[in-house]
Ligand binder design. Structure first.
Ligand code: ARG
Length: 566
């Protein structure tokens, strides 16, 4: 099967000895409009090698390169060699491939035999799973799917925040004011209340802090009562988190959170000591990171208790031993950049070369339209409520648009939740953004519902046609501009996934499905599909199916559903 860029690169290579075919290929662009050709190669970098103006180089090359079955015309346009390709071949190549590979279209086995850990979500026990958590959860899930699609053996870890001094506080508060039944009805809200009350009252009675420390140290020493309460807080919180994961259809391979490493930390602290990295500072134990231009990492407090970073260091070493990862990716907000820099630096100082394979994938903050989120001020927006509201609002929209659209509840959930997911993956992840209902749920513009609607539209056409779709068609019937535009987008699917993977940026796939939906809708508006001419109808239906399949595959990579009706 021909890939036009390969054919073009090969023909250019004959004229440019000093560059590899790969380098040539990476420079090939798509010109801004069709009249200029299908692909363009810029000659500016060649000016030095050939000691000629780019324009002259492009002119000479355009003359020399011969036309073939695939390349129909070559011209010089202001220092670019522009190529026109045979559109029937493009159609044949793309449609045959999509229709035969089906749900595998876009996949590869690039990552075969390599283990990649994607750590994401990682909420804190007894604290709300709020809209701020959605980013790590959704970005992480998309990254997991992207790596998996390229053949990596991918492990999803939810590094639960289920350990630390706050559990001492919670135990004290529970013993003072807690009521088991009340908590079981509404665990996170009630536990949060206890936590907040602890802080309020501890301001007056600082001895409560000592009591909390004592309870945490009891927990560390496996005291029965402390453990039982901790386990219960954890179980109740997880039940609530699970509801959110169910709504998003997200699973994990491991829930080994911070507590999992409690018994593994002493050995690591010992190792740090042996390697001469641990220093005393005001009674606490630190690793000096001055030569890495970072503040010291606090490993152990004066009272012997360990810290967040101690657990991350321990988890890193454990994961390397257990999974021998090729990459270990942490999808965690940008507020923790310093933390990860310090943690990675400690691993480097310990002499582990795999510190280079630890990757922090940071992201910006979500604000609500009315203002910023804050747990302390009690203005928490629970993610579960946001997702349920999205489904509710979507239901209203669908009832208006298409009241007979099948299982309304299911479709509303798929579309509403999908809209929130899509919105999260719409911009480069580091950008802060403001969550807006109108923008998220609109069926028009660059939204999830728009892409899902395009997919449903393809399904509707196919249902109406009610005939077998095959790639045994007359491909010259798909060589017009609108059809070629759709095919050119479909052709770049795998490349987009690879780019999204190399940058850990799912929004590149989001952009891809939007581009495809837009190109298809243009084709759809200009070219009636269910025409009388059976050959033309067959050809256009094949394009509809190739689009539908690619949209479905793309949406699934993002962690979204592709409903057949909406
Ligand atoms: N539980 C933490 C939080 O909500 C995030 C954990 C990130 N992962 C890690 N390995 N440190 O802020």
């Amino acid at each position: 099967m021909t890939d036009f860029k390969d054919v073009i690169s090969e023909s250019l290579k004959k004229e440019i000895e000093d560059m590899t075919v790969e380098d040539i290929k990476s420079l090939i662009e798509v010109p801004p409009n069709k009249e200029m050709g299908d692909y363009a190669f810029p000659c500016f970098k060649l000016a030095k090698i050939f000691r000629k103006s780019p324009n002259l180089i492009a002119e000479e090359m355009a003359q020399k390169i011969e036309t073939t079955d695939s390349i129909t015309k070559v011209i010089n346009l202001g220092g670019y060699v522009n190529f026109f390709v045979n559109k029937d071949e493009l159609a044949k190549k793309v449609i045959r491939q999509v229709l035969s590979e089906k749900e595998h279209y876009g996949k590869s086995d690039t990552g075969k035999g390599k283990n990649v850990i994607v750590e994401f979500s990682s909420p804190n026990i007894a604290k709300p799973f709020h809209i701020g958590h959605i980013r790590t959860t959704v970005i992480g899930n998309a990254l997991y799917k992207i790596y998996e699609s390229q053949g990596y053996n991918t492990i999803r870890i939810n590094h639960l925040g289920d350990y630390g001094t706050q559990f001492g506080k919670l135990i004290v508060a529970y013993k003072l004011w807690g009521d088991r039944e009340v908590i079981e009805k509404n665990p996170i809200q009630e536990l949060l209340k206890l936590y907040v009350r602890f802080h309020e009252e501890a301001e007056e009675k600082p001895e409560m802090e000592d009591e909390a420390r004592e309870w945490f140290s009891k927990l560390e020493n496996e005291d029965e009562e402390a453990k039982e309460l901790w386990q219960w807080f954890r179980d109740e919180s997880l039940k609530e988190f699970q509801r959110v994961y169910d709504l998003l259809d997200i699973e994990f391979d491991s829930l080994a959170g911070e507590s999992f490493y409690s018994d593994k930390m002493p050995a690591v602290i010992e190792e740090l000591k042996e390697k001469g990295l641990l220093q005393e500072s005001k009674g606490a134990m630190i690793v000096d990171l001055e030569d890495e231009n970072l503040p010291p990492a606090l490993i152990q407090k004066k009272d012997g208790s360990t810290l967040y970073i101690t657990r991350d260091i321990t988890a890193g070493i454990y994961r390397k031993k257990t999974y021998d990862f090729y990459k270990c990716i942490y999808v965690v907000g940008s507020q923790q950049i310093l933390h990860f820099d310090q943690y990675f630096a400690v691993i480097k100082k310990m002499g582990y070369p795999w510190y280079k394979d630890l990757i922090h994938v940071p992201f910006g903050m979500v604000a609500l339209e009315e203002g910023t989120l804050s747990t302390r001020r009690g203005r928490v927006v629970f993610l579960e409520d946001v997702l349920n509201q999205a489904a509710e609002k979507t239901k209203e929209i669908i009832l208006e648009k298409n009241p007979n659209a099948g299982d309304l509840d299911e479709i509303s959930k798929d579309v509403g939740v999908g809209a929130v997911v899509f919105q999260e993956l719409s911009n480069s992840r580091i950008k802060d953004y403001t969550f807006s209902w109108d923008r998220t749920l609109s069926f028009e513009g660059e939204t999830g519902p728009y892409v899902q609607y395009t997919h449903a539209r393809c399904c509707a056409v196919e249902r109406k046609a009610n005939e077998e779709i095959t790639s045994d068609i007359d491909y010259t019937l798909l060589s017009d501009e609108d059809a070629s535009d759709v095919l050119k987008v479909i052709e770049t699917f795998n490349k987009s996934i690879l780019l999204a993977m190399s940058k850990n940026e799912p929004h590149i796939v989001t952009r891809f499905v939007l581009d495809l939906a837009q190109a298809f809708n243009k084709f759809y508006h200009n070219s009636p599909i269910l025409v009388d001419d059976p050959e033309l109808r067959k050809a256009r239906l094949a394009l509809v199916e190739a689009t539908r399949q690619t949209l479905e595959n793309g949406l699934k990579l993002l962690g979204m559903k592709a409903p057949k009706q909406m």
